[in-house]
Design a protein around this ligand. Structure first.
Ligand SMILES: [Fe+2]
Ligand SMILES: [Fe+2]
Length: 353
């Protein structure tokens, strides 16, 4: 699956090492070992989780809980933003005005999701700038799926159907997460993801009942995206180092393997309905478990892509860095504007939002 040529239609590409200014004092806070918690407070916190209470920003929380949330939410926000790249690449080439409008709206939604989740992450006491630095200097992760190329128009449909479809399965579970701002963000985001999935499925369904060449394009696309979509749920539960804390504290209510199985069960019937096949000869219904059994995932490929060696990793980061550089004047203007208003009010510079 790897090795496909990455799209190089619009994005500026560079292999140059990248550095951006890091604010003084950024990051080290979270690099020190988490302090030992007061056992009484920890017990009270865990009792709240057991009672299914929602944890809010000003509530006491263990430092490890806060850090796990920052890690997970910022990875999620980065994924929303990087996810705009493979799709944005097709806005100018969408086949009709209707398709163009749908895709434009979807890409815009993803930007909104990123902003929404970055805001949620800031309620945990981190600075968005630090998170962006981590993305741009390669120390933060984002979903490995976005390191695969979009080679045909059918890929835009398949991404909506499979990638947004997988995201919905994951995010519906996160809408019940114990941290209030994250859970509430997911409720709104899931509604938009449903639109994304439907418009994607409609694109694939239209191609699948089109000419033989269109159907072949749809099938080829599903063949390429199926396995990376299954990888989106992360490693098997036994190989997932953060899952323990995340489920203990009610951030994740279902395991990676449970969510992946749910996605497979939902998708098999959807593929059948539009007469496309999923590229897995081992896919069969299990009468005992009532699940669809599926073949082995290529975890070597997954770790290769996560480690930075997927078909498009360098190109994605180069595009984000260029966007960040191009936006420098907007940030400077916003800061100057805020400083001017703060000066008018007699408040110290930088205090205004
Ligand atoms: Fe999204
Ligand atoms: Fe989406």
């Amino acid at each position: 699956m790897g090795g496909a040529a990455c799209e190089r239609v619009r994005w500026y590409f560079t292999d140059m090492p990248y550095e951006i200014h890091e604010k003084k004092g950024s990051q080290p806070k979270d690099k020190a070992p988490a302090p030992a918690e007061d056992p009484k407070r920890l017990a009270e916190f865990e009792a709240r989780i057991a009672r299914d209470e929602t944890i809010e920003p000003k509530d006491w929380m263990p430092e490890r809980y806060r850090r796990q949330l920052v890690r997970m939410m910022s990875q999620h926000a980065h994924s929303e933003v990087v996810g705009m790249l493979p799709e944005g690449n097709w806005i100018t080439r969408a086949p009709t005005l209707r398709r163009k409008m749908g895709l434009l709206a979807k890409v815009q939604d993803e930007a909104g999701h990123g902003l929404y989740i970055y805001c949620g992450t800031e309620t945990l006491g981190v600075d968005r700038h630090d998170l962006i630095v981590q993305l741009l200097n390669g120390t933060a992760k984002y979903s490995s799926i976005f390191n695969y190329p979009t080679l045909s128009w059918a890929d835009i449909g398949t991404i909506g159907w499979l990638v947004d479809g997988a995201a919905i399965v994951n995010q519906t579970m996160l809408a019940k997460a114990s941290y209030g701002p994250y859970a509430r963000a997911m409720v709104r985001i899931c509604k938009e993801e449903n639109f994304h999935k439907r418009q994607g499925y409609e694109i694939v369904a239209t191609l699948a009942r089109g000419t033989p060449a269109q159907k072949a394009m749809a099938q080829d696309s599903v063949n390429r995206w199926w396995w990376p979509s299954l990888m989106m749920f992360g490693p098997h539960d036994k190989d997932s180092p953060n899952s323990g804390d995340l489920s203990k504290w009610g951030i994740k209510r279902k395991s990676n393997d449970e969510l992946r199985q749910r996605f497979v069960n939902l998708t098999v019937a959807q593929a059948k309905a539009i007469d496309l096949t999923l590229p897995d000869p081992e896919l069969r219904f299990n009468e005992t478990t009532k699940d669809w059994d599926f073949g082995a995932i290529d975890w070597d490929e997954f770790w290769r892509v996560v480690g930075g060696d997927g078909p498009c990793n360098r190109e994605r980061l180069a595009a984000r860095r260029k966007a960040h550089d191009d936006g420098a004047w907007v940030r400077a203007a916003a800061e100057a504007h805020a400083a001017k208003h703060a000066a008018h009010r007699g408040a110290p510079s930088g205090a205004a939002a």
